[in-house]
Design a protein around this ligand. Structure first.
Ligand code: ZN
Length: 143
């Protein structure tokens, strides 16, 4: 388990890149081959949506309902840099500083992530995530 804590530290470092002053979340995707070799595939953090037709808005971070409309979560940001049909050899593990929300967990299912390690538990929705994890055979491990 200690090896995954080292990768969680990396996810934590990645979270510092988030522009959100109130809640910084980081996620990294790693693969583990049968021989034990681990490789980082992608990283992500909660950030603004990006559009070529949009200038960078000055968000009022105190208005959380408004900012929610403009933020992409760390897990989706992390997965957006890979092609879900890519043949990644080995198990796919995601390490998140916060347990995934329901929307992000759907992407975790789609991208065939085998295990999600998380640090802080999002209590409100965690029981739903636990049910989905069992249904789709994804391990959820708090470290
Ligand atoms: Zn999310």
């Amino acid at each position: 388990m200690t090896i995954y804590k080292k990768y969680m530290d990396i996810a934590e470092s990645v979270s510092y890149l988030s522009p959100d002053p109130k809640k910084k979340v980081g996620a990294i995707l790693i693969t583990k081959k049968k021989n034990g070799f681990i490789k980082i595939i992608s990283v992500g953090y909660n950030r603004f949506v990006e559009s070529e037709n949009q200038y960078i808005k000055k968000l009022n971070w105190d208005d959380r309902e408004y900012t929610k409309l403009h933020i992409i979560h760390a897990e989706v940001d992390c997965l957006s840099y890979i092609n879900k049909n890519d043949e990644l050899i080995g198990e796919r593990y995601m390490l998140c500083t916060l347990s995934p929300c329901i929307e992000c967990f759907k992407y975790i299912i789609e991208y065939n992530i085998n295990t999600v390690f998380f640090k802080e538990k999002k209590d409100k929705t965690f029981f739903i995530i636990e049910k989905l994890a069992i249904e789709y055979n994804i391990s959820l491990i708090q470290i």
